[in-house]
Write a protein that binds this ligand. Structure first.
Ligand SMILES: *Cc1c(COP(=O)(O)O)cnc(C)c1O
Length: 455
């Protein structure tokens, strides 16, 4: 399959996921200068081999610059590093994938006269990132379906406050109803004769590949012994928490900060495992990464697999890190396509974290360092703590050396969980802008014929 076909189709004909036939190594010059390169240059070099020649270099150059006016700061927090992935417009890491996908779709469909209509069902977070990613992109319109009254007010503003080429439908039903309506519309022959329809779900390969970029950028920086200063959206009390005891918690002799010449370990709060899969790609391409921690909430299908070698999908359990409530992670199939169980065990350590531990961690990291974690990132922080406290026993990548927790969302997005623990969180400019938006959506019953009529 060409990249274009894989991206525009989304899912393979047999229901499987598209994977690259091979994961191309960085050229030596690129690999050795990751620590000095600009984020957009790393994006260009990382994505190029997957899309070449279908997206020529000049077009790719434009696409990465337009997709990434923001980057991913690697900051120090206490004894370790945090890779902040929430400096984009919807304040969550899904912006990195969604914004590239939107531009790739637009480019790959250039010259088509019929506009493309993208249908997305969301339980909250994905809808906002996809809507924002496609907002104002030529030749494409998006319809987002969300369960009425079951998303937060801020999520609703991100989904239904943009207008223009984005329209929002509040469905009187659940997320499952929204998904059912999207599937029915995509399969409706008479509708497909009149409209060119597609979906933009998280397993699209054009969303996955650009997520390798921030791993390569952060690994390069850490290997060069560098960190970034706080960014505009960094959720840290300036000068530390006034009530802090000085941040001595858990600080033994070990420091997990950057050290020149040492490859980093990433701790990835995971649900559907797209993010971690992209990290494996970056490692295989040659970015200086020594391993990963797969941090999950109670939905611990992958940590259990790493332990036992047998993969057993489960029903999902509801937690306070709800974007990670996935019992049957779709991207596991991609991990297994490139790595055996033995290989995975050498690279990845799995840890599961409870809701109580997540809340304690939000409190402790705020108390000690004046830094706000959202519930998903707190799962990551705690997973690393648990491994550190267990010592280095067992097989898997060693814990000594730089350790970076991926922070997948800004804590202000989950204020209802975090603020009762920490008090008020500073709101980043991107979310402040969304909070000013007026929601314009149309309510429909959870009924296929009503949806088809709207379309
Ligand atoms: C989607 C999401 C995750 C999980 O990422 P996967 O790629 O599905 O593993 C974690 N945190 C937040 C905030 C998310 O939105």
């Amino acid at each position: 399959m060409s990249f274009a076909a894989a991206a525009l189709t989304g899912l393979a004909g047999d229901g499987g996921l598209f994977v690259p036939e091979e994961i191309p190594p960085y050229a030596g010059g690129v690999k050795n200068s990751l620590g000095k390169m600009d984020f957009c240059d790393i994006a260009f070099e990382t994505i190029k081999p997957y899309v070449n020649p279908e997206i020529p270099e000049a077009a790719l150059e434009d696409m990465v610059h337009s997709a990434y006016p923001f980057s991913a700061p690697l900051v120090s927090v206490g004894d370790r590093l945090v890779l902040e992935l929430f400096h984009g417009p919807t304040a969550a890491f899904k912006d990195f994938g969604a914004r590239f996908m939107a531009r790739a779709f637009s480019y790959l469909r250039r010259g088509e006269d019929k506009p493309l209509k993208i249908l997305v069902a969301t339980s909250g977070d994905t809808g906002g990132a996809v809507a924002d990613g496609f907002y104002g992109v030529e030749g494409i319109s998006v319809t987002v379906l969300y369960p009425k009254g079951r998303v937060s007010p801020l999520q609703e503003q991100q989904i239904a406050g943009l207008g223009g080429n984005i329209s929002a439908l509040a469905v009187e039903g659940s997320f499952d109803d929204c998904q059912r309506l999207v599937k029915a519309a995509l399969g409706d022959e008479s509708l497909r004769k009149r409209l060119t329809l597609s979906s933009a779900n998280s397993i699209n390969v054009s969303r996955l590949i650009p997520q390798a970029v921030y791993y390569a950028a952060a690994a390069g920086k850490a290997f060069a012994g560098k960190t970034d200063p706080d960014g505009e959206a960094t959720p840290r009390v300036r000068g530390g928490n006034p009530r802090s005891s000085g941040g001595s918690r858990d600080r033994g002799a070990v420091d997990y900060g950057v050290r020149a010449g040492q490859p980093v370990m990433f701790c990835v709060p995971s649900g559907n495992f797209g993010n971690l899969t992209a990290g494996l790609y970056a490692m295989k391409m040659g970015a200086p990464i020594r391993g990963f921690i797969a941090a999950t909430n109670a939905n611990k299908t992958v940590p259990d697999y790493l332990e036992s070698g047998s993969y057993e999908a489960r029903l999902s359990q509801a937690t306070i890190s709800n974007a990670m409530d996935v019992g049957a992670p779709s991207n596991f199939e991609r991990m297994a396509a490139h790595f055996s169980w033995d290989e995975m065990k050498r690279i990845i350590r799995g840890v599961s974290v409870s809701d109580a531990e997540t809340r304690e961690t939000i409190a402790a990291v705020y108390r000690d360092y004046g830094y706000f974690l959202d519930p998903h990132s707190a799962v990551g922080w705690k997973a690393a703590d648990k491994l550190i406290n267990q010592g280095l026993a067992g097989k898997g990548p060693g814990l000594q050396g730089p350790l970076a927790i991926l922070s997948t969302a800004h804590p202000a997005k989950f204020a209802e969980t975090v603020e009762p623990i920490t008090g008020p969180i500073p709101v980043p400019p991107s979310l402040a802008r969304a909070m000013d938006r007026k929601v314009e959506s149309r309510t429909i019953p959870a009924d296929v014929s009503a949806f088809l009529e709207v379309l």
